[in-house]
Structure formats: structure tokens, C-alpha cells
Design a protein around this ligand. Sequence first.
Ligand SMILES: [Fe+2]
Ligand SMILES: [Fe+2]
Length: 204
Amino acid sequence: MTASEIATSKDKFCALLRATNRRGVETVLAKLEELGFFTAPASTRFHGAEPGGLLQHSLNVCQEARIIRLSQIQLRPDVEQLVPEESAILAALLHDVCKAEIYKQEIKHRKNAQGHWEDYLGYTVDYSAFPMGHGEKSVIRLLQWGLEMTEAEMLAIRWHMGAFNLPFQSVEANNCLTKAKELNPLASVLSAADGLASYVLETR
Ligand SMILES: [Fe+2]
Ligand SMILES: [Fe+2]
């Protein structure tokens, strides 16, 4: 993304988050700025592996979550109360804040179209700043920064990877994931939104 595209997306992200009117939003925005969230990539080589990739991914997940919420309301009207729109927005925008500080730029090597090796500026991952996991790290960071969140939002962010990392988790963790999904539809909405953003919107 260009600097001006990042600036436009950042304005959109800040406006959406401020519109939730939650206590702690300004501290969250300041911390995200400090950690480099707005210019971080979303991955080292898959979706959004470029400056601003994480910001764009968060906005894409937000867009998907709002659409999925509305589609579920058509099928089951009480989802409107169970999943307030601001919950879908807040959980989607902030689900991956754990990634804000983990990407470092480094010179990498690759073969170009002519088969010659060339250097390029890529990313590597460094978890050493706060090795607390993924979804759980996002929730803990947000609580550290004083963000007011509902339990449904915390559970949705904690379990947003859904079944993706189930093979690496304990039976107890699997049971918690199932229970989180039963307690409130937001967990399923966010997990589906993350998958659709990553593999439909961002994978061409
Ligand atoms: Fe994630
Ligand atoms: Fe994500």
C-alpha cells in the first residue's frame, strides 16, 4: 500500500473504532501507533505481506463481519440483539492487534523471472517482545490498555482462529472454543469474517 492509501485506511479505522464510544479507545489507538500496527504487514508471505497489510486486513475483516452479521439477522432475527453492530466492529478491527509488533524487515533472497538470485526487502517474525500466543495476546494487550470490552468480544477475539489451530490445542481448549461459540454468535461471525477476508478478499 502507498503512504496515502495507508493514511486513508488509518482514518477509516480510527473513525470506526471511535464510533463504538468505548472507554479506552484513544489509548488503544496511541498504543497501536507506537507499536507500528498501521504500517505492519498481515503476514510474512501470504495475505497482506506489505506495509499497511495488517491495517487493510483488519478493515476487510470488519467489512466481512458486518455483512455476515446482517445475513445472520435475516435467518435468525435475534442475532441483532445478541451481536450489537459495535461489537462486530470492535472485535473485527482489533482481533489481530497481537501482530502489531512481531514483524521485522530484513533483506531476503529470491530467484527472479530470469532465474537469477536477487535481494528484496521482506519480513521475518519475532515473538520475543511478548510471547503470549495469538488471540489471547490480542485480548490481554487490549485489557492492559484499558479498553472496555464485553465478555462476548473477548471470547470472539480469543478464539478467532477457530478450528485452524485446533490440532495444536488441548482437549480443554477445544471445549472452550465450542462453549465460546455456543455462548454468543459473535465468535462464529468473527471467525468466518477472518477466513473470508484472508482467503476470498485477500487471496487472488
Ligand atoms: Fe489472527
Ligand atoms: Fe486476522
